[in-house]
Write a protein that binds this ligand. Structure first.
Ligand code: OSB
Ligand code: MG
Length: 378
């Protein structure tokens, strides 16, 4: 396959409500979308999962735009590429970091390949990996709220709505009381977990160990993203499994996690690991080692969500992902049909239509576009 152009767009989508985590708050999403055209005229889509600020990782919408224009596009445009699995190796040559920028374009290659073969993305990535799910169980990730009571109320409503996992965000000073209130409201058996987004350090080990009392499914990323050693120390002191998110930037880091016992569950995000090929490698490794994985979210539009749904259909994804329906985030999404969840907390995996399995609403995208740039071969 050969790309003739990459069309970058920044779209602005206000979230229905602000999403606050320990490291920052998001209210208006500035999403970088990539439309890649191949020499047969097909268009493949990719969504960059970088945020507006460098608080989750060092990347942002603006750094990703720069990286794609300056370093990703020149390596790929006009070049004959055997398949989507060849993309990341090309992008890794003398080009460090910028995983979300790389992934946004890599994903578009997978969409193009699926269209070319006339198969859904879920079937394409599921090939050789056993039975794929026709529907996925999903969970919700709830931002930090004004009070433990407000959060508990929201969490209970989500459980009643059918969500198969409730994740709450925590941070120093907004932790034990919040977890206690939600556990009380949901009952002892409800699937509940907490995500700290790097907020704690070694001085907090006793406080984190106190979370063991609440029967959480896991504690996500309690410590710094580059600190596997202290995660291993902490895991020794916890009954609750640690799940790593920010730390897992590649297959190597997933292997390190297992070697060091720095965590026992992996949150896989396509953007953070540099694309679908890398996500698949992590999935396969974890599956071979009996390590459960689940699909994380980055407040994606319907386009990025399609990739998450396809990924979560793979057999190793045994825990509900952070994949809510469109209406949870947006007044109106930019895909048709929008993503919907049934009363049992399931989202159907599109398996018939080729590629992402939905129509991208170009008029809607046009309305939301704040800037655009076309990069062409030659
Ligand atoms: O840590 O998983 C996270 C959103 C933005 C940045 C980091 C995270 C999240 C979420 C949102 O938890 C999950 C979703 O997309 O619904
Ligand atoms: Mg997380």
């Amino acid at each position: 396959m050969r790309l003739t152009s990459l069309h970058l767009r920044e779209i602005r989508m206000p979230l229905k409500e602000p999403f606050r985590i320990s490291s920052g708050v998001q209210t208006l999403r500035r999403i970088l979308l990539v439309a890649a055209t191949d020499e047969e005229g097909r268009v493949g889509w990719g969504e960059c999962t970088a945020g507006e600020e460098p608080n989750y990782s060092s990347e942002t919408t603006d750094t990703a735009w720069l990286a794609i224009r300056e370093w990703v596009a020149p390596r790929l445009l006009g070049r004959e590429i055997a398949g989507p699995a060849e993309v990341l190796p090309l992008l890794e040559q003398n080009f460090r970091g910028h995983s979300m920028a790389k992934a946004a374009v890599e994903v578009a290659f997978w969409d193009l390949e699926a269209q070319r073969l006339g198969v859904s993305l879920a079937r394409l990535i599921g090939q050789g990996r056993g039975e794929i799910r026709t529907e996925i169980e999903v969970g919700i990730s709830l931002g930090i709220q004004a009070s433990p009571q407000a959060l508990a109320q929201k969490a209970a409503a989500c459980l009643a709505r059918g969500y198969g996992k409730i994740k709450i965000k925590i941070g120093p000073g907004e932790d034990l009381e919040y977890v206690a209130a939600v556990r009380e409201a949901l009952g002892p058996e409800a699937p509940l977990m907490a995500d700290a987004n790097n907020a704690y350090g070694r001085a907090d080990f006793a406080r984190l160990a106190a979370l063991d009392a609440f029967g959480l499914l896991m504690i996500e990323q309690p410590l710094a993203c580059d600190d596997l050693l202290r995660h291993a120390e902490l895991q020794k002191r916890l009954r609750t499994p640690i799940c790593l998110d920010e730390s897992i930037t590649s297959l190597d880091r997933a292997e390190d996690m297992v070697t060091l016992d720095a965590g026992r569950i992996v949150n896989i995000k396509v953007g953070r690991v540099g694309g679908i090929a890398s996500a698949l490698a992590i999935h396969d490794f974890c599956r071979s080692r009996g390590v459960p994985v689940w699909c994380g979210g980055m407040l994606e539009s319907g386009i990025g969500r399609a990739v998450n749904v396809a990924l979560a259909a793979l057999p190793g994804f045994t825990i509900p992902g952070d994949i809510s329906p469109s209406e949870r985030y947006w007044q109106r999404d930019l895909v048709a049909p929008e993503w919907t969840m049934d009363a049992r907390g399931r989202i159907r995996v599109p398996l018939q239509a080729p590629g992402l399995g939905l129509a991208v609403d170009l008029d809607r995208i046009e309305d939301l576009t704040a800037r655009a740039e076309r990069l062409a071969a030659g």
